[in-house]
Design a protein around this ligand. Structure first.
Ligand SMILES: Nc1nc2c(ncn2[C@@H]2O[C@H](COP(=O)(O)OP(=O)(O)O)[C@@H](O)[C@H]2O)c(=O)[nH]1
Ligand SMILES: [Mg+2]
Ligand SMILES: [Zn+2]
Length: 215
């Protein structure tokens, strides 16, 4: 019988680090939310709205994941929220090791919710647990109603799917029922919200759901 030790690169030790982040945040009562979606789906806009609506009641911190620059972190900083910009320098997803490294930069005794804006990408961010308590995936109306079927992993591993920019629906052939069915077929427990960060429709319901998921 073979005694060769086998280690599966990255994903296996990524999960170990993810679990160690979870034990730290459990002790500190911090809820980590992993926000994923394409570039331009409205991740930063939605996070801003969540901060506006929940920021009086909860202490919120943000990790902004981007390939380069501090454009999104600058926006969050204006809200007077503790924020760290993670620059992946080309990598197209966030790994748990980066979150583990950044976590001590926050005063976790004074954070209830840590929101992570993942790299804009519908593919590999979904493959990496980052110590999150739950995942919100955003699919905006202009991206098209076939994206759950074409990029199933992200939507099937998310606790919540936001159909975003819902104010744009009259201008696109976007079948919201198809998105809902494509999601629920793969992920029957997913919560689905139709939201506009512009008109703020649907935000109240989303915020109530987020609150129900906090530690
Ligand atoms: N019509 C409409 N535009 C939105 C909405 N949310 C965001 N946007 C716009 O979409 C663009 C990308 O938003 P951003 O939040 O930067 O997306 P991110 O790249 O996913 O973080 C910006 O021009 C926003 O003003 C929305 O609910 N409705
Ligand atoms: Mg952004
Ligand atoms: Zn990637």
């Amino acid at each position: 019988m073979s005694k060769i030790r086998v280690v599966k690169q990255v994903l296996e030790w990524n999960d170990d680090v993810s679990e160690s982040i979870k034990s730290i945040t459990s002790e500190k009562g911090v809820t980590i939310i992993n926000v994923m979606g394409s570039p331009g789906a409205g991740k930063t806009s939605l996070i801003t709205r969540l901060i506006e609506r929940l920021g009086d009641k909860y202490k919120i911190g943000v990790i902004e994941g981007d390939i380069t620059d501090t454009i999104d972190a600058d926006k969050i900083d204006k809200l007077h929220i503790p924020v760290v910009q993670l620059q992946t320098q080309g990598a197209c997803h966030i790994e748990a090791m980066s979150i583990e490294h950044i976590l001590p930069m926050f005063d976790l005794d004074n954070i209830d919710i840590l929101i992570v804006e993942n790299i804009g990408n519908l593919v590999c961010p979904a493959e990496f647990n980052i110590g999150e308590d739950f995942r919100i995936s955003i699919l905006s109306v202009p991206e098209g109603d076939d994206k759950v079927a074409k990029y199933p992993l992200m939507f099937s591993t998310s606790d919540c799917v936001v159909m975003h920019k819902y104010d744009m629906k009259p201008y696109f052939e976007f079948d919201d029922v198809r998105v809902e069915n494509d999601t629920l077929d793969r992920n029957p427990k997913a919560k689905i919200f139709r939201v506009s960060s512009r008109t703020e429709d649907g935000l109240k319901e989303l915020c109530e759901w987020v609150e129900s998921k906090l530690k």
